[in-house]
Design a protein around this ligand. Structure first.
Ligand SMILES: Cc1cc2nc3c(=O)[nH]c(=O)nc-3n(C[C@H](O)[C@H](O)[C@H](O)COP(=O)(O)O)c2cc1C
Length: 335
């Protein structure tokens, strides 16, 4: 399928997640079958406060394409300027965050608070899509405190020139509570002509197929279930293609993926201890002994110590556990 000029081969894409979908994690997920990847959100205004763009602000390489760079902000001039700076390196999609409930963004009239103001949404999408040749997309929630305007918002985004729309099927007020309302994804799909990307609560290959069938969305976007679990893409793809469920990854496969991620992190930026710890903790999820390993990892003072702890899990023959039904994210990371 195509989003504007961007060619996407496959049905399952990686969601934007701050502190998670940095360049190394995006590359890892592409290697494990994500059809496209979204960057963590980047502050459009931030480009103009800092003297120099740091490599962590936004960086891309050929291997990760197709990639969407996500911006947040409400100052149309800064958004356009920031998009143009990002596009000095080829990027397939410029995405605008209209779903983050964080106060940090609301203060700037950005993120989910924009859902209250369809004029602002129109201005932002019109300015961006009229100023760059790269497809522009928007990622929304169903609304600020209710879903009564979801269709109106989606139509404004389409009319303003967006090439696709991602719907995280919760309101901003819901944060991460309750169950994502996939029926609203279906309604948006019926209401607009541009591709619709469904998002919210896809945790398994079966969920992925069900979202595609129930909503008729064009792509499924996976967030939390992909943290420490790039395998989800391969497993979803395999299930969609064959109807067969691949087993959960073994401890060995997880440690292997973590090692690859570390190589990528070391290659593309100077990771801090907290980066290794963060990912190592997530890769131990659903492994027998994982809880104890996580406790030990949080106390590790070096990358090698973390790796040694993972090694103890890797040595076990089969440490798979049934995956948890819910995924809890540390409060500090929840957008
Ligand atoms: C740690 C974390 C960071 C996130 N950061 C962003 C972000 O930068 N931009 C964005 O649009 N959404 C962000 N989200 C929301 C996800 O993209 C996604 O919409 C949400 O998690 C629902 O999908 P899921 O049920 O598959 O996790 C974040 C979510 C999490 C858990």
């Amino acid at each position: 399928m195509k989003i504007g000029s961007a060619n996407i081969k496959g049905k399952v894409v990686l969601a934007p997640m701050c502190s998670v979908t940095t360049l190394p994690y995006r590359i890892l997920c592409r290697r494990y079958g994500a059809a496209a990847v979204w960057s963590e959100m980047v502050d459009a205004d931030g480009f103009f406060y800092k003297k120099h763009r740091t490599p962590k602000t936004f960086m891309t390489v050929k291997e990760e394409h197709p990639v969407a760079a996500q911006l947040f902000g409400s100052n149309t001039e800064n958004l356009v300027k920031a998009a143009k700076i990002i596009l000095e390196d080829p990027v397939d999609i410029i995405d605008v965050n209209m779903g983050c409930p964080s106060f940090k963004l609301a203060r700037k009239n950005a993120g989910a608070i924009m859902l209250k103001d369809t004029e602002l949404i129109k201005d932002v999408v019109t300015s961006l899509s009229g100023s760059i040749d790269t497809p522009v997309t928007a990622k929304i929630r169903l609304g600020f405190d209710s879903a009564k305007d979801t269709i109106k918002i989606a139509k404004v985004i389409e009319k303003a020139g967006a090439s696709a729309i991602t719907v995280h099927a919760r309101t901003m007020k819901d944060k991460y509570t309750g169950v994502a309302d996939w029926n609203m994804i279906k309604k948006v799909k019926e209401a607009v002509g541009i591709p619709v990307i469904g998002n919210g609560d896809v945790r398994t290959p079966e969920d992925c197929k069900k979202m595609l069938e129930d909503t008729k969305c064009d792509l499924v976007m996976i967030g939390r279930a992909a943290i420490g679990n790039p395998f989800i893409f391969k497993r979803c793809n395999h299930y969609l293609e064959t109807g067969e469920i691949l087993p959960e990854p073994t401890a060995h496969e997880k440690v292997e993926a973590y090692d690859t991620l570390c190589e990528l992190m070391d290659k593309y930026y100077e990771p801090q201890l907290k980066d290794y710890r963060f990912h190592a903790c997530w890769f131990t999820k659903n492994l027998i002994g994982g809880r104890e390993a996580r406790l030990a990892i949080t106390k590790c003072e070096s990358k090698d110590d973390i790796r040694r702890i993972l090694g103890t899990l890797d040595n076990q023959t089969d440490t798979r556990k049934t995956p948890a039904k819910t995924i809890s994210i540390p409060k500090s990371l929840c957008q």
